[in-house]
Design a protein around this ligand. Structure first.
Ligand code: COA
Ligand code: AMP
Length: 627
């Protein structure tokens, strides 16, 4: 590679601090930062700590001040409620400023946490931006998580306030949020002062006196408030993500680095221009929603689409293309699983032909591996560039991409293309040596991570260091395996830990295992991911019942499925639990989950030499076929 991308990448490698200071000049600051990054007493890196800014000002006010107040900022399209609504930058700014006033009147100030548990409605975006406006730290919890998961996050973030709605609307059901919130507050040790509830007509919630406040009533008397300057290293939000245990990790995002990274990525990764329409078909509960439904498009003065629907069944597999035509979407970003769902229902892409999608320049895919059949199908049917890019909740933006805003590189099936400028990606072997081209190893990023990435885990720097920094000194461990080929293209091959990806939702098999193991009839268990043609991966559980167990095995299996659904949520999709006589283990007692996955997926078994008794796989296979 010798083109413009390589030049920009080299410029970053030669002097990362200088590279990012240049980028920082492209956004407005109250106080311009002089230093790019600093290390604190714990050795953690922070970007632009000596600068002052306000993320909400960047997303809204700066455009209104510059005369773009009438331009469209937010397009809400909800096929599940048959609602459409558009907000200009001025309108959104007014709503956000007023809602920020509501929170201030309840005593929420800079540094306070606010949990947002909301469906895909404009009020969720208003809530997030209003927090940013007053320097409060939001923590959005995906609406598909059950009360227990919400309670765990409440106890960790210790919010003053919860923002929610009376319900979420799924394809065939209305999910009442209020009972979930009440239950979560009951389960949590930390006591929340207030909940502000947005009442939706699909289900009106009963409000609890003195604690719950009706959103619209509060807005009637609200006084608009101005953005509060915050330091570059003040947290903007905490976003919990699955780790290897039942305790999620609170990924911290700081204002300064985030703003610079978001701004840089809109051009470099997505080749957007102000005024374009950007659509990330994700959910505000995930990192993609934070970065590319809310913050980056608005900071870059694009219009952003907030879509409360599915790729299929709302009403059919042409839904995405309808939205593209209706709002003249320039770039569509979603997870491969969404396109697999469309492909399954509309293999000839008749829906695509039905609409005028000429505004659409590119398709962006992330969240899980883009499988070659989906990639080929999308390319053939849409004739558009189909661009895979790799990232994580921890990084907040693409670690590897096709840097179309700098130079369009030839795509390779199965590759997320090349490291984004800012990310010094290496492949290391078990001894910490760099792998040769095409040799698989651990994908790591040399420190410091670029702006926008997590500096630490909320209130748990030891865990941050243990999870990400301890394996290879001086590098961030991504926990993805992969390789770089002879042309410098990166291929991500999958997680090397207990994190799995079910329909683009990041989940922990470790957490599911903890729930299953807690059942009194279970002696031991293993939960692992198996391949699924639609959702990419699905969890499967194997249990060994206690010797003295009497009763129905089937009933235990069903109870475990229900327990995981109740504690994590329906999105966990653990529907397959089977009882076996024993589980395969190494001589030191480690359960061979990888071999179980290979067995169920029909792959060749790579059995380690340390196994106790290899005939066990034949035994389990027989038990599975007998079911
Ligand atoms: N609130 C409450 N429940 C939710 C929910 C939410 N926000 N999202 C999903 N669920 C529930 C569903 O109703 C379903 O419940 P059920 O078992 O009672 O039917 C369950 O969780 C599983 O949902 P899902 O995994 O979404 O399966 P699905 O069959 O309804 O849809 C897809 C399959 C592929 C269409 C859908 O998962 C999808 O659009 N995925 C893309 C996800 C995405 O964009 N991720 C972001 C990465 S960029
Ligand atoms: P999340 O934190 O939910 O964004 O999930 C991050 C994980 O999803 C990564 O560690 C990868 O395992 C997987 N992932 C995300 N994007 C890609 C991609 N483009 N290719 C392969 N895996 C991906």
């Amino acid at each position: 590679m010798s083109g413009e991308y390589q030049q920009q990448y080299n410029a970053f490698k030669q002097n990362p601090a200088q590279f990012w200071l240049e980028q920082s000049k492209k956004i407005p600051w109250y106080k311009i930062p002089k230093k790019a990054y600093t290390q604190d007493e714990d050795g953690l890196y922070h970007w632009f700590s000596d600068g002052q800014l306000n993320t909400c000002f960047l997303a809204l006010d700066q455009h209104v001040v510059a005369g773009f107040g009438d331009q469209t900022a937010l397009i809400y399209d909800s096929p599940v409620t048959h609602t459409k609504q558009t907000f200009s930058y001025s309108q959104l700014q007014q709503e956000v400023a007023k809602f920020a006033g509501v929170m201030q009147s309840l005593g929420v100030t800079k540094g306070d946490r606010v949990v947002i548990y909301m469906p895909m409605i404009p009020q969720a975006v208003i809530g997030m931006l209003a927090c940013a406006r007053i320097g409060a730290i939001h923590s959005v919890v995906f609406g598909g998580f059950a009360a227990h998961e919400l309670a765990v996050r409440i106890d960790d973030a210790k919010p003053k306030l919860i923002l929610s709605a009376s319900c979420g609307v799924e394809v065939c059901s209305v999910i009442e949020y209020k009972p979930l919130i009440d239950n979560a507050i009951e389960l949590a040790t930390h006591k929340v002062e207030h909940c502000i509830i947005y009442q939706r007509k699909q289900a009106i919630a009963t409000l609890i006196n003195d604690r719950d406040i009706d959103w619209n009533t509060a807005m009637q008397t609200a006084v608009a408030t101005d953005p509060v300057p915050v330091n570059g290293n003040d947290p903007l939000y905490i976003l919990y993500t699955s780790g290897t245990t039942g305790t999620p990790k609170g990924v911290v995002r700081e204002n300064g680095g985030h703003a610079v990274a978001m701004n840089y990525s809109m051009k470099t990764v997505y080749d957007m221009e102000p005024g374009d329409v950007f659509w990330a078909a994700s959910d505000i509960g995930w990192v993609v929603g934070h970065s590319y439904i809310v913050y980056a498009p608005l900071m870059y003065r694009c219009a952003t689409v907030l879509y409360e629907g599915k790729p299929v069944r709302t009403p059919d597999a042409s839904a995405f293309w309808r939205v593209v035509e209706e709002y003249k979407v320039s770039a569509l970003f979603s997870a491969p699983t969404a396109f697999r769902a469309i492909k399954k229902e509309d293999p000839n892409a008749d829906g695509f032909k039905q609409y005028n999608t000429s505004s659409l320049k590119r398709l962006f895919l992330a969240g899980e591996r883009l499988d070659p059949p989906t990639y080929e199908w999308l390319k053939e049917k849409t004739k558009l560039p189909v661009l895979d890019h790799w990232w994580q909740t921890e990084t907040g933006w693409a670690i590897a991409c096709n840097p179309v805003g700098i130079e369009y590189l030839t795509t390779k099936s199965g590759s997320s293309t090349v490291p984004t400028p800012g990310f010094d990606v290496r492949i290391l072997d078990m001894d910490g040596n760099e792998c040769a081209a095409n040799e698989q190893g651990a994908v790591v990023i040399k420190l410091p991570l670029p702006p926008g990435c997590l500096p630490t885990i909320w209130q748990d720097t030891p865990r941050f260091k243990a999870s990400y920094l301890s394996e290879y000194e001086g590098y961030y461990l991504s926990s993805d395996g992969g390789y770089i080929d002879e042309d410098g293209y990166l291929f991500i091959m999958g997680r090397t830990d207990d994190v799995i990806n079910v329909a683009g939702h990041r989940l922990s098999t470790g957490e599911m295992e903890e729930i299953v193991a807690a059942h009194p009839a279970v002696a031991e268990c293993a939960v692992f991911a198996i391949n699924d043609p639609l959702k990419g991966q699905l969890p499967m559980g194997m249990i060994v019942l206690k010797d003295d167990f009497v009763g129905s095995t089937k009933e235990v299996e069903q109870a475990l499925v229900a327990a995981v659904r109740n504690q994590i949520g329906a999105i966990a999709c653990l529907k397959n639990i089977v009882s076996v006589d024993r589980l395969p283990k190494t001589r030191s007692g480690k359960i061979l989950r990888k071999n179980l996955r290979q067995l169920v997926d029909g792959e060749e078994l790579q059995i380690p030499s340390t196994i106790d008794d290899a005939s066990i796989f034949e035994e389990i296979n027989q038990q599975l076929t007998q079911r």
